[in-house]
Structures are given as C-alpha cells and as structure tokens.
Design a binder for this molecule. Structure first.
Ligand SMILES: *[C@@H]1O[C@H](CO)[C@@H](O)[C@H](O)[C@H]1NC(C)=O
Length: 506
C-alpha cells in the first residue's frame, strides 16, 4: 500500500508517460536506431537495452533440481529483477544458461560448443558462468553480470543480421576493468560460424585483457583491442600502439567498429566521462584483413576457435548493423553513465573479521568433529578438539586476511606457516607460500556467503565462483555442484560446502 502522498506522485508520473511517452530515457539500442545503425544483437544480464524492452534478459538453471527460470527487467527499460534470481537460487547454486538477445532477432547466447579447442565439460562444451559471481548495482538496484572464468564461454553460430564479409558493424561492451588476464581470449563480437580458426579477417570482436602475444598498447595493460583472428590489434599493425592506453577503470566501456578499410577502437570509464578514440584508420596491411571475411557468429568470453584461457566480466553489450557515428556512440556512453554502474558486496552470511584467527567446522552429518586443516601443502579435514596437540590446533587455525586478489573478499593464512595461504590449484585446495603474483593472489581469494545448508558460511572462489570449499574423502577441493570431477558430486554438495566458522584453536 502506498502512503497517500506517494500515490499522488505516482499518478502524475503515469500521466506524464501517457502524454510524452518519453519519461523512460531511450536505451542504448534506441540511440543506435536513431543514428541509423540499429542493434542486431543486444545482450545484458543487468538491464534492458531498449526503453520498451520488458521481456527476458537471461535464464538461470539451479543445481537443486536442474529447473530454469527467466529473469526480466523490473519494468520496461529497467534493471534486471535480481531478487527473482535470489529467490529462485536460494539454498542452491545457479548458472547462467542463456543470455537473451533483446533485438528481436533471436541472437541468444548459449553454452559454447567445442571448436578448435575443447571446453572443460565432458562433452567438450565450455562451462557456464555462475549467476552470482559479478554482483553490481545500477542506480542503486542490484543486478548480476556474467563472470567468465577460464573455461567459460557463450556463443551463437547461427546468428541473423550480423555483419558478414566486409560489411560494416559496430559494437560495445561494458566490462569489469579489474577482471582480466593474458590468456586467449576474452572477446565479445563477431566470429567464425564453425568455431574454428578459418583465417585472418574472419573475426571482428572486442578483446579486453593484457595478452601480449599479438598486439599491445601503452603501459602494462589491460587494453581494449580488436580480435580480427590470428591477431589482437591495438592499431594499424599487430604490434604496439602507444595510443591505446592501459585502461583499468572498475567499469570499462569498450567500443570496436569496422567497415570497408576503416575501423576504430574507442574506450572510456563506463561510470563517468566520455569516450576517447584510441585508433581510427585503415585496416592492417597483412594479408586477409582488407577486405575482411567476417562470418557473423557471436562469441562471449572466448576466441573464435573456442580458445578458453581468458577471464573477464561482461555486463552488457550490443552489435549493430552499419558503422555507428562517434556521436551515436557518445550518446550511448552517456546512457551507460546514467545507468550508474557501481560495486556492491561480494559476501553475505556471518561476517569475518580481518586479522582474527578462525576455525572452520564441517557440517556434514557424521563428520562434524572435523575441521579444515592442513598437512604440509595438502588442505584437508581433521578431527580437532580442545585436547588436541598444539601443533594440530595450529594446523586447523587460519588468520583472516583481506583478499589478496580482490579486497572485497578474503584470503586465509596458515597460523603455523605464516606467509602461506589456502589457494586452489587444479581445483584442489593447497597451502602454498604467497609469491605476490596476480595468479597466486587470485587463486587465494575466496568470498564467504550465506551457507547453502543451515547455519554458517559457504566459501566460493573469487576467480571461479561456481566453485566452493568442499570436503570430499576428507580432502579439500574447489568443487562445483554436479561438475565433471568426482569431487563435484551433487550428492551432499550443500552440506559438504557449509562450514561453521568460530574462533581459531590457536
Ligand atoms: C537456506 O540458507 C539459509 C541461509 O544460509 C539458512 O539459514 C537455511 O537454514 C537454509 N535452508 C536449508 C533448508 O538448508
């Protein structure tokens, strides 16, 4: 029930809509349309990209019963209904199964099939993203992005209306500028329709990361580059373009466009300011890039040949027909800024205190005298009590540290081996000395959340958010619910990933 005063204002708003039809601001695809370069694909798990769009944004599948649900905007043109996802996914895990195309062409993105490279699923498909790995707010309302860990990928090899051959197209993507790596290739855009490398010029996609295997820009990266196949291009050649800056805003707007012997890289802070042009000019002179041989499939998170080594986070993006004007892209940038992307908490459940010593008790029936401990580099569970030896108490005690790879989560330092942290390696948990590398820091960063079963916490990997601290045969793994490894077994998953956290033994 609305208080009287609010109800009155609601009436005025409704009237205004009826009269002007424009109180809901134009969406990015309305702007591309006005510019004469309409969207032929529009993907976002966070918001509608047309002011009138109120249908499904994405689909999630939950681990408990493998059923799916579609998430829509809260209202036409609005932010995704994250609360509907949270309700559907309560006490289980959820994966993003479909990212719907809002353009009406049916260019949806689904689990990428094997290609030149196999994905990690048993059938060679890529992994699906966790539905909760990339929470954000838009204008204060919670939404979830698509957190791509290495091995994760989405694709549509039968897209309609995408550019082929040398035809012109544009595209943008809003990404997390703190989540990247040097693997190949965190891409969004136009790729081969058979998931194979079919040669130079057969792709035209946004790349984001710090790979130096082909092109590079100023500084140490990450950079926005174009994946044109057999090359990440920062400019004219597959070498260094000092005009393509390292770009590390928390929210990045990455823009690529290309037509006959003309293409451009543009970029910006997606939360403020305006777009800059990092390259605009002719095609690379190496054979195959002029004219281009675009094929028109759409990829997200992978290379054209299904290279699956990269990581990144995608919030929204579109592809257009025709070469968008800078002015159109500038108005889209303003629209993205007005959407007010902002960070939100990555954790939930009982809070942890940085600097404190904790113990983590198993909750699975029959094993509740066991605690998370280590024997040398092996992380395991052991029976520990107040009468245990000091050595064992120390092995089962962990100092909470600010997350080495992301300060919004945590790392767990061994009490008896200072400087060594729990990290995942090949999906086992190990105790290793920190080496200060980005890889180690990310492998050693974990985000506690409200327990999947009963009281306590479940603790997911920051870099692989489908994976949780799980005991299996008394050994600790970074396990996904129902995944391909024996330790991913769905049976007892919720109990095995639920821990009661108390003061450390030592
Ligand atoms: C579901 O999760 C909540 C929050 O972690 C917990 O309090 C509750 O006991 C769980 N329910 C079941 C059936 O496990």
């Amino acid at each position: 029930m609305f208080p009287q005063g609010n109800f009155g204002r609601g009436c005025v708003l409704a009237l205004g809509l009826a009269v002007t039809g424009s109180l809901v601001a134009a969406g990015p695809c309305d702007l591309y349309s006005s510019g004469g370069t309409p969207c032929i694909a529009a993907h976002s798990t966070t918001r509608a990209l047309y002011s009138a769009y109120a249908a499904q944004l994405y689909q999630v599948r939950r681990g408990s019963d493998s059923t799916t649900t579609n998430i829509t905007p809260l209202s036409a043109g609005g932010v995704a209904n994250a609360a509907a996802q949270d309700t559907f996914c309560a006490n289980t895990t959820c994966l993003i199964t479909i990212i719907y195309d809002q353009s009406g062409r049916g260019n949806h993105l689904t689990q990428a099939p094997p290609g030149g490279f196999q994905g990690p699923e048993s059938n060679g498909y890529d992994n699906l993203a966790s539905a909760i790995g990339a929470p954000v707010t838009l204008n204060g309302q919670k939404a979830y992005g698509v957190f791509v860990s290495p091995g994760t990928g989405y694709r549509n090899n039968a897209a309609s209306g995408t550019a082929t051959g040398d035809a012109a197209e544009g595209m943008y993507a809003v990404l997390d500028g703190t989540h990247y790596n040097g693997g190949c290739c965190f891409d969004y855009g136009n790729a081969e329709t058979n998931s194979l490398d079919t040669g130079n010029g057969h792709m035209e996609a946004i790349y984001y990361g710090d790979s130096t295997s082909w092109g590079s820009g100023a500084g140490s990266g990450p950079w926005i580059m174009a994946d044109l196949e057999n090359g990440l291009f920062s400019g004219l050649s597959s070498g260094n373009n000092a005009g393509d800056p390292s770009i590390t805003y928390r929210f990045v707007n990455a823009v690529i466009k290309g037509g006959p012997n003309l293409w451009a890289i543009r970029g910006s802070n997606a939360a403020s300011g305006s777009l800059s042009t990092y390259y605009s000019g002719v095609r690379p002179s190496a054979s195959g890039y002029n004219p281009m041989s675009k094929e028109g499939a759409i990829i997200l998170g992978i290379g054209g040949d299904n290279s699956v080594s990269a990581q990144g986070t995608f919030y929204e993006g579109v592809m257009t027909s025709g070469y968008p004007s800078d002015a159109t892209e500038n108005s889209v940038q303003a629209n993205i800024v007005a959407a007010k992307y902002a960070t939100t908490s990555l954790t939930s459940g009982p809070a942890l205190t940085v600097g404190s010593s904790i113990s983590l008790r198993v909750t699975t029936a029959g094993y509740t005298t066991r605690y998370l401990a280590h024997t040398g580099t092996a992380v395991n569970t052991q029976v520990v009590s107040s009468s245990s030896t000091t050595a064992l108490k120390q092995q089962a005690s962990w100092t909470v540290r600010t997350g080495l790879g992301n300060s919004a989560c945590f790392s767990f330092e061994s009490v008896d081996t200072p400087g060594s942290y729990i990290r995942h390696y090949d999906f086992a948990l190990l105790l290793n000395a920190g080496d200060g590398t980005k890889q180690f820091n990310e492998d050693a960063t974990f985000c506690p959340q409200a327990a999947l079963a009963g009281a306590g916490n479940s603790i997911r990997s920051w870099s692989y958010p489908t994976r949780y601290f799980r005991h299996y045969n008394n050994v600790l793994y970074a396990a996904s619910n129902g995944g391909v490894h024996t330790f991913d077994l769905a049976t007892s998953f919720n109990d095995d990933v639920t821990w009661v956290i108390s003061a450390g033994f030592a």
